[in-house]
Design a protein around this ligand. Structure first.
Ligand code: ZN
Length: 352
């Protein structure tokens, strides 16, 4: 019953089915091997994989745009790539990007309707969100933590606990390993209509690596995902989510993510994910779930939803009393989703 510290397991035809943690760190995290099959760049042709898929870059005219990195520098989307061999790159296009682009190029209502009828499609979108999250953080290994090289502060990715990414790595390459993913493994995946805001591209991405929470706006909807909660965060927060009865703003999307991320990191008993192999090397990814969902007592943790929300919006607020607003968010005295009566704050008919 391998776990993240086990040895690497090969298929009968020589493919790496399961990276032991040390091999994962050496060849994928630190090394420049193909992040799907593990091939070395010297052994096969490489053409690097865009972190944000090519069809999204084209759809939202992002090729010349830049993204803001945690070190406050900017990088062009076109240069935002991770090492991938040509064969795996083509396969990623067929397995993920072709069906996902067909789905997500539709309007919010159609996407919601198709997802409600097709569990396999929901699972594919979940894996695709996991893929973007993984590539984003893999890229951080080659980006300096501080712009000033004299500081020798290392790379942005150095602060991550890469063991926590190991499970996500098993998920995103399951098409290559033919792993069967059991239903309990899949985390929270939600879709919300997005408010159209003049002057914005319709594309938005934000994640938090500690809580493995990811949001992506694609035109008139947001996808919100928690990668390693086996949907437990949703179970805790669903009554609040059901009060949301209109399109959401970028601030509201981040607040939803903040609540779910907070809940995920506050779970008293976390799901445990295990890679299992039959004697014939058939691969299953399973989840051991606690019998009851419980959260840590507030005294056991210094996390609050306000801290998550503060982290998510601190670079988006640009007004004179910014410091005061951020302090109120930090203290949980200000929010974007619900008014004092607990009703959803709907901006649909206001100028935003
Ligand atoms: Zn490859």
């Amino acid at each position: 019953m391998p776990n993240s510290t086990s040895r690497t397991i090969f298929s009968n035809d020589g493919r790496i089915l399961f990276f032991g943690l040390q091999d994962f760190l050496d060849s994928i995290v630190i090394g420049n091997n193909c992040f799907i099959c593990g091939a070395a760049p010297s052994s096969t042709p490489f053409n690097n994989e865009h972190v944000i898929p090519d069809w999204l870059l084209r759809k939202f005219n992002l090729y010349k745009n830049t993204i803001n990195l945690p070190n406050e520098t900017q990088i062009r989307y076109s240069q935002y790539t991770v090492p991938c061999c040509s064969s795996c790159n083509s396969k990623l296009g067929l397995v993920y990007e072709e069906p996902i682009s067909r789905l997500l190029n539709s309007s919010s209502d159609i996407v919601a309707s198709r997802l409600s009828q097709d569990k396999d499609l929901v699972n594919l979108v979940f894996k695709w969100m996991s893929l973007i999250f993984f590539k984003t953080h893999l890229k951080d290994n080659s980006l300096l933590a501080e712009r000033d090289r004299r500081l020798q502060s290392g790379f942005i990715g150095d602060i991550y606990n890469w063991q926590e990414f190991h499970h996500t790595h098993c998920i995103i390459r399951s098409h290559y390993t033919k792993a069967v993913i059991e239903p309990d493994v899949y985390g929270t995946l939600l879709l919300f209509p997005a408010l159209t805001i003049e002057g914005r591209t319709g594309f938005d991405y934000f994640d938090n690596h500690a809580s493995q929470s990811v949001m992506l706006q694609c035109g008139d909807f947001y996808l919100v995902t928690i990668l390693n909660d086996s949907s437990m965060s949703y179970e805790i927060f669903k009554e609040d989510l059901h009060r949301i009865n209109g399109p959401i703003t970028p601030f509201q999307a981040r607040e939803i993510l903040a609540h779910l991320g907070f809940i995920n990191l506050s779970l008293a008993d976390r799901p445990k994910y295990i890679s299992k192999f039959s004697p014939k090397n058939e691969y299953r990814i399973t989840a051991n779930l606690p019998s009851k969902i419980t959260l840590k007592a507030p005294s056991e943790s210094d996390l609050t939803p306000g801290k998550f929300l503060h982290y998510s919006v601190k670079n988006m607020i640009d007004v004179e009393n910014k410091d005061q607003i951020l302090q109120e968010i930090l203290e949980g005295k200000r929010n974007y989703l619900f008014n004092e009566e607990g009703k959803f704050i709907n901006h649909e008919n206001n100028s935003y």
